[in-house]
Write a protein that binds this ligand. Structure first.
Ligand code: DX5
Ligand code: ZN
Length: 219
């Protein structure tokens, strides 16, 4: 049984203080930092790119769990690897050749994740499950923090968990979007072992990050 990890999303952080914010996450017991990269094309929002990730790299020793919500992602992978990403997660719909993109991330010695939007089927990625380190199941339509959790995606997590156990695969199952104290247990029970959370970690309990992370871990 994999231990439960929390990957707080900095999309909900104070963008004018990102260096301090990721330090707060590290001190609060985050297991990694979820960095939401958006290009205003693949998703209707625009956030940060390689220069910001490079600047943040020296302020934090935690792994950067970089979620690339960008079109034509293949040609940008190396820039994010060079900027300091540790896990690079891409959407199958954002590359011409998923196999090639997975290979490139691995050749760059980074962990590779593939993300499925609520409307995307598991069949898009089943043939790659033996090659990847992480599956990121979106429980909101990507683009913004603070959206409502979509419980229908839990079936995908259960399906993935079944495949993982039957085939002895080792990929992590990460869930992302609308995770809070009410639904974190059902997400974990379904098979997720990494929870992404932005709003709940930064905004609940007066912004007590350590308390919020512990609560999400069901401590
Ligand atoms: C949405 C992002 C999520 C989001 C999570 O496109 O991929 O990581 O920031 O934020 P909350 O936890 O507020 O839904
Ligand atoms: Zn994300």
């Amino acid at each position: 049984m994999k231990n439960i990890q929390i990957s707080p999303s900095i999309l909900s952080a104070d963008f004018s203080q990102l260096g301090t914010e990721i330090k707060r996450l590290e001190e609060g017991g985050a297991d990694m930092i979820h960095v939401d990269v958006m290009d205003g094309h693949f998703v209707p929002n625009l956030t940060i790119g390689p220069p910001v990730i490079k600047a943040l790299r020296k302020h934090c020793s935690l792994k950067f769990d970089v979620h690339l919500m960008i079109s034509s992602v293949h040609k940008y992978i190396k820039a994010y690897a060079d900027a300091g990403a540790d896990i690079i997660t891409i959407h199958p719909e954002a590359t011409q050749n998923l196999e090639e993109s997975i290979k490139m991330i691995k050749d760059l010695k980074k962990k590779v994740g593939v993300s499925l939007n609520p409307g995307s089927k598991i069949e898009l990625i089943t043939e790659y499950l033996d090659k990847i380190d992480l599956v990121l199941i979106m429980s909101v339509n990507p683009g913004f923090g603070g959206q409502k959790f979509m419980p229908e995606v839990l079936d995908k997590i259960k399906q993935l968990k079944k495949i993982q156990q039957e085939k002895n695969f080792t990929f992590d199952i990460e869930i992302d979007g609308g995770i809070n104290f009410e639904n974190c247990k059902i997400a974990i029970d379904a098979g997720a072992n990494i929870l992404v959370s932005g709003t709940t970690v930064f905004k609940s309990n007066g912004g007590d990050i350590k308390k919020n992370i512990d609560l999400l871990k069901l401590k």
